[in-house]
Ligand binder design. Structure first.
Ligand SMILES: [Zn+2]
Length: 380
């Protein structure tokens, strides 16, 4: 047994100097995070944002109606092999970026298949998307849900449901999703207040807290969800890409999400932008980007750790990649490469480009999608 040391560390959200902990060998790094980054909202099958050059939308409903999709999303989700490949690439990218917990929406069976393929896995919260549309109904999700819930429950994965939004799911779907989550001690996620206030609609449907299941709203650009007893996952990058604006305060925000990890990277890639938008002390951002995401989803973080060479400032603007990533005391990334395959982040990014091309060949309409700018290139 050796000792891992670091000059500076973020331990359970606190910045400390002179970090030491038992490790399988003696090692020294500049910065250690305990636990690693959390990505509180990720669509692992999104390869096209439906963007139109020069167009911004007012809210998510206007975007869904007006977006210009080059790829057939329903077909991508339905093709288990394609959908799980995209999930797999999301998960390995996450590990190589130092993200040790992700909340995944999208196709449940694909996400689980990808996750099980990994010998050392990030922790995940499985929130299959449901809405009142063919291919996405709760009934269609249920058989996968029941099968998968037998597999999880070991502290590495949690289950729940992601109600797409109040505008895309009726009262019955919302009630049934809450009930499903309640029975399995699961979580209910939903897009809320993405460009417009939905607090009153939320109150009408959900009533007053306490709710029958844990609810995690996402985006909340225009809503302070503490008014309904909740805490939000903010995704400022896609807010700015789609609507040209995001929320400006962290009131009611617990943590952050990447929204489109294959196109934009996982949470650490967004931290530079997050710091420019919110202008909070680094300690606050460090805590929210790591342990607060775990706490929001009530996930354990024993034995999760990420180590870097570089300054804390660089780590928290996403400009250095981790050398070491550990989940539950097991090493997933060593010397910046995945232990199982020796793939580096550069290799995975190339594979992602390739997978996007292949998926477009199969389910695209022949055009190229308009790719979003990187978080670092966006004006806030
Ligand atoms: Zn989303």
């Amino acid at each position: 047994m050796g000792v891992i040391e670091a000059g500076i560390a973020v331990v359970h959200g606190r910045v400390v100097e002179g970090f030491r902990a038992p490790f399988r060998e003696d090692a020294y790094y500049d910065v250690v995070l305990v636990p690693g980054f959390s990505d509180g909202h990720a669509h692992p099958q999104v390869i096209d944002g439906g963007l139109r050059r020069g167009v911004r939308w007012r809210d998510s409903y206007e975007w869904i109606r007006g977006r210009d999709m080059v790829v057939d999303e329903v077909m991508v989700r339905r093709d288990l092999s394609v959908a799980s490949k995209l999930s797999y690439l999301t998960l390995v990218r996450a590990l190589l970026e130092g993200t040790t917990l992700l909340a995944l929406t999208g196709r449940l069976a694909a996400n689980v298949r990808a996750w099980l393929k990994l010998p050392i896995r990030p922790r995940i919260v499985l929130l299959p998307t449901v809405m009142d549309r063919v291919g996405w109904t709760l009934g269609e999700v249920l058989s996968d849900y029941n099968r998968v819930s037998m597999l999880v429950g070991d502290g590495f994965a949690r289950m729940g449901v992601f109600i797409h939004s109040l505008g895309m799911a009726g009262a019955t779907t919302v009630r049934e999703a809450l009930d499903l989550a309640r029975r399995g001690d699961g979580i209910v996620g939903l897009h809320l207040g993405e460009g417009l206030s939905e607090l009153e609609a939320f109150k009408t449907l959900m009533g007053e807290p306490p709710y029958p299941a844990k609810i995690v709203p996402v985006h909340c650009i225009d809503d302070d969800v503490t008014r309904v007893g909740l805490q939000c996952v903010a995704c400022p990058t896609t807010n700015i890409i789609l609507y040209g604006r995001t929320r400006r305060s962290l009131a009611g925000v617990a943590s952050f999400g990447s929204d489109w990890p294959l196109l934009l990277g996982t949470t650490p890639r967004h931290l530079g932008l997050i710091r420019r938008v919110f202008r909070e002390p680094v300690e606050v951002i460090a805590r929210m980007a790591t342990v607060d995401g775990y706490r929001l989803y009530e996930m354990p973080y024993d034995g999760d750790m990420v180590a870097f060479d570089g300054s804390l400032d660089k780590v928290l603007d996403g400009s250095v990649n981790p050398k070491l990533v550990v989940v539950n005391n097991q090493v997933a990334v060593y010397e910046g490469a995945l232990v199982e395959s020796q793939m580096t982040l550069g290799d995975v990014e190339k594979e992602i480009e390739e997978a996007i091309r292949e998926t477009l060949d199969k389910y695209g309409d022949g055009r190229k999608p308009l790719m979003p700018p990187k978080p670092g290139e966006l004006e806030v």
